[in-house]
Design a binder for this molecule. Structure first.
Ligand SMILES: CC(C)(COP(=O)(O)OP(=O)(O)OC[C@H]1O[C@@H](n2cnc3c(N)ncnc32)[C@H](O)[C@@H]1OP(=O)(O)O)[C@@H](O)C(=O)NCCC(=O)NCCS
Length: 371
């Protein structure tokens, strides 16, 4: 081995456990199942609106009343998308997921941005507000164009979650559904150096523009080992379709050594705190509707717990994609929108990290061991 090779040290496949940068944006205690955004526990943050939590991520503090009003005004005033973007959405292949349409739209938005070449903090914050505000509009518009329905204009009197459901379904949602979707965006917003955030930061470290960093995040988020798992869980719930089939379905997956989607995590070796919150939200929805989806989910969870955690001693607990998929079944979110909905929340976290990266940048360029 060369001298340089010796200095490089042990190869960590998948970068497991490797710390590559410092962040103030969030922290995870994987042994004890604790997640904090900027020092505040996720169990407390879930009681705040998505707009307030986005302010926390971008501006390092939970807003007071006037700060929240000003920031909400900015976000709500930036929700509308141009006709050009709508035209692009109508040319997309309608068999693609909303996630692919979102990636295409962000790429097109960058062409239309008059400040594309301006990477000052002021310009980046303006672009950030626009991107965060427009994500729900793009996803809802793509869904409606695909289904040959009229596109619904955003309503600035509604919260981020309520307005998304309104634009998606064409009618004002119930209070519980609106509250739960807003919380969904809060719970999905940030998670330290997950794969898509890392990807966005790598792109930022080359000093590429903010739209490019968000496209990197979107591309990485899509895979089934990341947010794509949420759609896979919805498909699994459909396949199972009745509580009587749930246990056999899981036993069959385990006997074939296949993964149970929505379970396992690189960092958490106990329950993911977001999963425990989603479970309570799913229960609230189940109490107001058909309990079937929640019952199926509880049987899946109990079977994985018995077969993998207790018998095989593997720390395979539900992650945030499991019970979030159950809430989507109750709210009647189409499966092809599930990953894009995760992105509506996560874009705030990506942008907070990208701004942190720009503020203290060093090119991220690791090494490979030549075999
Ligand atoms: C999230 C995930 C990619 C983490 O991966 P990782 O840290 O690289 O862990 P590995 O895939 O190497 O899994 C470690 C062991 O646990 C098992 N395992 C991990 N997740 C599992 C799951 N969901 N179902 C069954 N077994 C699982 C693996 O088979 C492996 O077993 P082995 O040691 O006997 O080979 C993985 O748990 C997974 O694929 N989960 C399903 C997809 C998902 O829900 N993704 C969303 C993440 S938020």
């Amino acid at each position: 081995m060369s001298q340089e090779g010796e200095k490089m040290g042990e190869l960590k496949k998948g970068l497991e456990g490797v710390e590559v940068l410092e962040t103030k944006i969030s922290s995870i205690d994987g042994e004890n199942g604790i997640l904090k955004y900027r020092g505040t526990d996720i169990n407390d943050l879930v009681e705040y609106s998505f707009e307030a939590v986005t302010h926390l991520l971008l501006y390092e503090k939970l807003p007071n009343e006037s700060e929240l009003a000003a920031f909400s005004d900015q976000l709500r005033g930036s929700r509308k998308i141009d006709q050009d973007i709508l035209d692009v959405l109508t040319t997309c292949d309608f068999n693609i997921q909303a996630m692919d349409a979102l990636r295409t739209a962000v790429s097109y938005m960058s062409h239309c941005d008059p400040d594309l070449g301006d990477s000052s903090l002021e310009s980046n914050l303006r672009k950030a507000t626009g991107l965060i505000a427009k994500f729900p509009t793009v996803v809802a518009a793509f869904h409606r164009v695909r289904d040959d329905l009229d596109v619904i204009e955003p309503d600035a009197s509604m919260s981020h979650g309520e307005n998304f459901l309104y634009m998606l379904k064409g009618k004002k949602p119930g209070e519980l559904e609106a509250e739960i979707v807003d919380k969904d965006f809060v719970l999905s917003a940030e998670h330290e150096l997950n794969a898509s955030t890392f990807s966005a930061r790598v792109t930022a470290s080359t000093l590429a523009d903010i739209h490019s960093t968000v496209i990197s995040g979107l591309s990485t988020l899509k895979g089934p080992l990341h947010a794509g798992a949420r759609m896979c869980v919805m498909e699994m719930l459909d396949d199972i379709s009745s509580p009587e089939n749930a246990e056999d379905h899981v036993l069959n997956l385990i006997s074939k050594k296949e993964k149970v989607m929505g379970f396992g995590h690189r960092v958490y070796k106990t329950h993911d705190p977001r999963d425990r919150i989603y479970k309570k939200l799913a229960k609230r929805l189940a109490d107001h509707g058909d309990p079937k989806w929640f019952e199926i989910a509880e049987i899946i969870e109990a079977t994985v717990q018995r077969e993998l955690v207790e018998k095989r001693e593997k720390p395979i607990y539900p992650n945030l994609d499991f019970y979030s998929a159950v809430t989507y079944k109750y709210i009647e979110i189409p499966e092809t929108l599930a990953t894009a909905m995760f992105a509506i929340g996560r874009v705030s976290g990506w942008i907070a990290h990208v701004l942190e990266q720009y503020a203290d940048n060093r090119l991220i360029r690791p090494r490979a061991k030549t075999s």
